[in-house]
Write a protein that binds this ligand. Structure first.
Ligand code: CS2
Ligand code: MG
Length: 402
């Protein structure tokens, strides 16, 4: 069997997605997500200009060899564009392997290690009263874990609090919108939110909070310490993580668990964080960290150091990425939590999928392969629309991490 075709499909059913569909000489097809929010066309072009021509004629069964070929063969290593392109190929080849074997991908990865994949939902609202009712709604749906984000008094808008109550979409303008940030206002407000939330919902509910890379290590240490009475499951992306040793400073001061990794693209971005036990959850994803092959390598390393998985699962990761993530989540020994943000009905229609939510868990599809596809005709009805993520400035106008 050989690869005879590979199509790069860009579609915008409410938001942009890039998908690779590989076709074999036996007529078997496989799909992979290649979406990089706000930079979609760069991955589409990387795939169609540089990767697709090299795929034609290759044996689709050689997943590891193809991964190494694309990684080492580019000479220029790592980076989100390259690694998202490699991820798309890798994911599509696992899909094909599963279909050829007649098995769902989690069976190829060793089979189930648990009954379902615990997911966390997103309670976000402009103020604390409104967020309490959002949390109640998630509890009513059966969620055991909820991420809590609120507006910050004195700031016009912030990350994690959407305009739409059901669907969160930060990439909302062709040219990036600008937010304003105050670390002091934030640090003063967040503990008051979690005090109310714990008081209202008691000790059992797992609570998470995303800091979105906005603090310095000592500020993150202060936040972690102030949140200790409310025992969060994790504090996410407390600081930008290029400087891995910076996490030592946070660790020295607080027992609030740390999750990081949604912007990482290889094992080298988290090698020190994991082996020095500076984090508790690694949040790398299938699409941005080189596909199932590389993500499993990261999670295997993490398992040796008591670090559990917590894969990113925002709406900018397509249902193909979510399908693939669930096969890995259900099979690895060190699964922690899976993020789950519901896609819009238009997106769900373009990507028919067999995974399902029930009582706080997602269940991967039992169909051969990943159990997800792209409806190319429908996808063609939603042309690409430029959309950038916001940028962020301090009150005096200084650029800050968004
Ligand atoms: C967030 C994301 O889900 C998360 O944890 O950090 O919503 C992130 O802002 C987007 O994925 C960016 O594309
Ligand atoms: Mg995040």
């Amino acid at each position: 069997m050989r690869i005879v075709d590979a199509r790069v499909i860009v579609t915008c059913p409410g938001r942009n997605f890039v998908t690779l569909k590989i076709v074999t000489s036996d007529g078997v097809t496989g799909v992979g997500d290649a979406t990089l929010n706000g930079r979609e066309l760069s991955v589409a072009s990387y795939l169609s200009e540089h990767v697709v021509p090299a795929l034609i004629g290759r044996d689709p069964a050689r997943i590891e060899d193809t991964w190494q070929y694309l990684y080492k063969g580019a000479y220029w290593r790592r980076g989100p564009v390259t690694m998202s392109a490699i991820a798309a190929v890798d994911t599509a080849l696992w899909d094909i392997k599963g279909k050829v074997a007649g098995l769902p991908v989690h069976q190829l990865l060793g089979g189930r290690s648990r009954d379902g994949v615990t997911v966390y939902g997103h309670a976000n609202a402009v103020d604390v009263d409104a967020v309490l009712s959002e949390i109640s709604a998630y509890i009513d749906l059966g969620y055991r874990a909820v991420r809590v984000q609120t507006g910050i008094p004195g700031l016009a808008s912030t990350y994690g609090v959407g305009k739409d109550r059901t669907f969160y979409e930060p990439a909302d303008a062709a040219i990036a919108t600008e937010n304003t940030w105050s670390t002091e206002a934030y640090l003063a407000h967040v503990p008051t939110v979690f005090a109310r939330v714990r008081d209202e919902f008691g000790p059992a509910l797992k609570l998470l909070h995303d800091v979105h890379h906005r603090l310095t290590p000592i500020e993150a240490a202060r936040l972690g310490r102030s949140l200790e009475p409310y025992h969060l499951t994790w504090m996410e992306d407390p600081v930008p993580a290029e400087l891995q040793s910076g996490f030592r400073e946070i660790r020295r001061h607080t027992t609030t668990p740390i999750a990081v990794g949604e912007v990482f693209n290889t094992i080298w971005d988290c090698q020190e964080l994991i082996t020095d036990q500076l984090i508790d959850y690694i949040r790398t994803t299938v699409v941005h960290a080189g596909g199932l092959t590389h993500l499993r390598r990261i999670f295997d390393l993490a398992a040796l150091y008591h670090v559990r998985s917590g894969s990113h699962g925002a709406t900018d990761l397509s249902p193909i990425c979510m399908s693939a993530a669930l096969h890995l989540d259900i099979s690895i020994p060190n699964f922690g939590l899976q993020e789950y943000m519901r896609h819009t009905p238009e997106t769900d229609e373009v990507f028919p999928h067999g995974y399902r939510y029930e009582g706080g868990y997602l269940h991967p599809s039992e169909e051969p392969g990943l159990g997800v596809d792209i409806d190319e005709e429908l996808a063609a009805r939603y042309p690409y629309r430029p959309a950038a993520l916001p940028v962020n400035r301090l009150e005096d106008g200084t650029m800050h991490s968004w």
